[in-house]
Ligand binder design. Structure first.
Ligand SMILES: *[C@@H]1O[C@H](CO)[C@@H](O)[C@H](O)[C@H]1NC(C)=O
Length: 481
């Protein structure tokens, strides 16, 4: 309960500042907001048993190899050992959490769990694909399961530094140091392995898929799963290229091109080669794309970010798809069509898998309610966990593409309740359109989003807020860990 209050305070201030600072901070901070919201949603499932809590492990000797978080601290992961038939099977899950694309927002990131070991939660719940319970995670529950923490800001793929601002961009080295350590802990004897990841981690699992595959002998079954990692090079609601501009900053600042496939760089510029639509044809290892067709993060931050819609005419629609008018829905349908077009050739190749459901969601493998539950999202009566399991074990060919919105009644859409500044998980079923509030106690004195916009007009000096933000956030992090 106490933590919730701090989450809300942190969210309120992060939102406030991202409004004031404009686009420069927005992607990273908003991802933090989304991220916190999603984890809160998943931790508040009413009838779920207590999730397994897994302690953090520092990567020994990583710093000596130059593998460090943005602030120079050691990277880390959470590991739960496999047992029985899963003792030689390994699931490596890469944490997500946006990117940093400027010196300024990378410096800020050093003061968060996404840029420094100091601020990471020291235990994390393992749910969904990371769960240890067969009834929650039928195919991977007894595998060795690892969640590698994300603290570089470039999808584990950068390699550079900025001495003036004491920034280390060592994503690639972190990735390698983590895999090396896990190999020495038994992964080298794996007979099967799955690299997964969500959001920025889902992009990382595409980027690193073949590298991962090449670390095992041919006899090992190796595949990759990208959850909510299919970020499109899309045009935003003002005709601009918000996400391309942001990715361009990430790639340039962190020198990501060093670690992108040469086969792509021979044809396209480095920023284009950071987009999955241009990467997937170069991936040889079997890859599964799990993505919502109306990915909630992309709607918020790539298609209709504040910078592309300063008047806020998309705010209602962004917060709740049920409040979009017909032209706004059409905009999202065009986005979905672009996504389907981009995966057309990919889906024809036999070892690939697809689950593109027509939902307003983001990250469906780590949340128990979207991965595998009585009412979890379905395509053709198939939940995500079964689709991924059937594909991994070659039980079935899985190329599941949903019919267009609004036909799917099984979605767990993310809905941002603007008026009360709470997040609700709109839970649609055949007979009801009721919206269930799933998170956040209501007694706290939180700021509402309208209040935030108002405040942003009253406090034009972002220096004051920068200071305030850091203070509030560090208080939040110290209480939550
Ligand atoms: C839908 O809403 C947008 C943003 O407020 C507006 O520009 C557009 O004209 C509306 N379209 C229709 C069909 O009402």
């Amino acid at each position: 309960m106490r933590m919730n209050v701090f989450v809300i305070a942190a969210l309120a201030f992060v939102s406030l500042v991202s409004v004031i600072d404009g686009s420069e901070h927005q992607p990273q901070l908003s991802e933090f907001v989304n991220d916190a919201l999603f984890s809160s949603v998943s931790s508040k499932q009413p009838s779920q048993p207590q999730p397994l809590m897994v302690p953090i492990t520092v990567i020994n000797g990583a710093a000596a190899k130059g593998a460090v978080c943005l602030d120079g601290t050691s990277p880390a992961y959470h590991f739960h050992p496999g047992s029985g038939s899963g003792a030689n099977s390994w699931l490596i899950h890469l944490e997500g959490g946006g990117w940093c694309n400027t010196i300024r927002n990378c410096v800020f990131r050093k003061t968060t769990r996404r840029g420094s070991f100091k601020f990471m939660e020291k235990t994390l719940p393992f749910t969904g694909i990371l769960s240890n319970k067969p009834e929650e995670n039928p195919d991977f529950f007894n595998w060795n399961r690892v969640k590698i923490r994300y603290c570089d800001g470039a999808s584990f793929a950068g390699d550079s530094q900025n001495e003036a601002n004491q920034l280390q961009f060592r994503g690639q080295k972190i990735w390698l140091a983590a895999i090396e350590e896990l190999m020495s802990k038994g992964m080298q004897k794996a007979n099967q392995a799955l690299l997964s990841g969500c959001s920025a981690g889902g992009l990382a699992s595409i980027i690193h898929c073949d590298e991962f595959g090449s670390m095992f002998p041919k006899s090992t079954k190796v595949k990759c799963l990208s959850d909510a990692g299919f970020f499109l090079d899309a045009v935003d609601v003002s005709g601009g290229h918000t996400l391309r501009n942001m990715f361009g900053g990430v790639v340039t600042l962190q020198e990501v091109q060093k670690n992108l496939p040469k086969s792509c760089l021979n044809q396209l510029d480095p920023t284009s080669c950071f987009f999955p639509q241009n990467l997937i044809q170069h991936v040889q290892t079997p890859l599964f794309l799990l993505n919502a067709a109306y990915d909630a993060w992309q709607v918020q931050e790539s298609l209709a970010p504040h910078s592309a819609d300063p008047s806020g005419s998309w705010n209602d629609c962004k917060a709740n798809h049920a409040r979009c008018n017909s032209s706004q829905i059409q905009f999202f349908q065009d986005f979905r069509n672009q996504m389907l077009n981009d995966v057309k050739d990919f889906s024809r190749s036999s070892p690939t898998g697809l689950f593109i459901n027509s939902c307003f969601a983001h990250c469906q493998s780590e949340r128990q309610d979207t991965w595998f539950a009585d009412d979890s999202p379905l395509i053709n009566d198939m939940p995500v966990a079964i689709a991924v399991g059937d594909w991994f074990f070659d039980r079935k060919t899985i190329k599941a593409i949903d019919c267009a919105y609004p036909c799917d009644t099984t979605c767990h859409n993310l809905v941002f309740n603007v008026a009360r500044s709470t997040v609700v998980d709109s839970h649609e079923s055949d007979d009801t359109s009721t919206t269930t509030t799933m998170i956040y106690s209501s007694q706290s004195s939180r700021l509402t989003f309208p209040a935030l916009y108002l405040l942003s007009a009253l406090f034009p000096t972002s220096m004051f807020l920068l200071h305030l933000r850091v203070e509030v956030l560090s208080r939040f992090f110290s209480h939550s860990t």
